[in-house]
Design a protein around this ligand. Sequence first.
Ligand SMILES: [Zn+2]
Length: 451
Amino acid sequence: MALELYNSLSHKKELFEPLDPNQVSLYTCGPTVYNYPHIGNYRAYVFVDTLKRYLKHEKYNVLHVMNITDVDDKIIRDSQIQGKTLHEFTEFYTEAFYKDIEMLNIMKADIYTKATDYIPQMLSMIETLIKKGYAYKAEDNSVYFDIHKDKEYGKLSQINVSELKNNADGRLIKDEYEKENAQDFALWKSWTESDGDIFWETSLGKGRPGWHIECSAMSIDKLGESIDIHTGGVDLIFPHHENEIAQSECSTGKDFVKYWMHNEHLLVDGAKMSKSVGNFYTLRNLIEKDISPLAFRYWLYTGHYRTRVNFTIEAVIGSSKALTRLYDAYKALGDVIGTVNTQYAQQLKDAMDDDLNTSKGIALIWELLKDNNLTPEDKKATLLDFDNVFGFNLSNLKELDIPEDVKQLAENRETARLNKDWNKSDEIRMKIQELGYEVKDTESGPVISKL
Ligand SMILES: [Zn+2]
């Protein structure tokens, strides 16, 4: 079996064949940095991380671009409330985002693009759209995309412009709206008083970009006019991705994306997350409850990315226990790494080739651990291979990651210490530090950890 991925554009699983066999181009709609992302947002980033890890595992070269939306309506509103500059305000939440994805063991994108660094590319795209007759400047001096001019508008979200209510003849300055309200949308927003000092003086006048044009311009600038995969949550299908397709394809005349991939919603306690209902969680809220981000990652794998999942604290505590059992079982396999078992490797491939069936993959881990026909060494090698896909960070479990020479030095130091040879003991401690490790004396003896 070869890799098949579900394409939201065709509504079916398709054989994955990248445009360029030597490199897969992958774009992910990243965070709008105006607060801490919630766990539903992180479902989208763990999903793309798993896709990317699996592609790499299958020896594809992947070039992954993720945007950071650092100017939009919500950012302007909240930075003004806090009395901070746009830069100060967005930097804070961008850093928080990077920290979170590190804790989730999400591999960094190859390139992060900040929207405010790509204003010239956005302008050039908007000017092309005006020239080609797809966009126009309205009385409010903002530039809008004319959805009636684009005969393919609605192909991703399956709306038919001619069947929309009369209001399709209007236009919308805001970025987020429902399908039934589809109208001409803003590419460039003319400055208004509420924008304060946030504007660019450009050939289109004083103003700022709409949200949708940001991703089109950055994806094309970094990955080219046509790319392989674009990911995001299902909530982005309309209007964001529909509008990205319209802008990109009308300006370049080429197909924008070959495979559109979307993860489903994450509900909490059976309902949409909401601060007022009290079922709203960020990663920090989980950590406060002693739930590790990787336990959340494990929990996500128990459901397929295209199914709606219901998060509960009880369920993630269950995953947390399972992950601890996995770590303990892994540590008990000893230090020797054998060879990857081909049968299990094939079974993992079969599961993941089927549109990333992670729950089957997780079940395989437990089957493997229970299998008496495998040596601990081979189990260990196979688990490490699987972990390149799942990202539970097995190879970095502290006590297992200490090189032999460091362990030896620590033993020598312990001997010196017992002999009360403090100079020698300190000297060895320095050597250990030079190798990037630290040794601490605890009640149960010396403990080595990575610096
Ligand atoms: Zn986007």
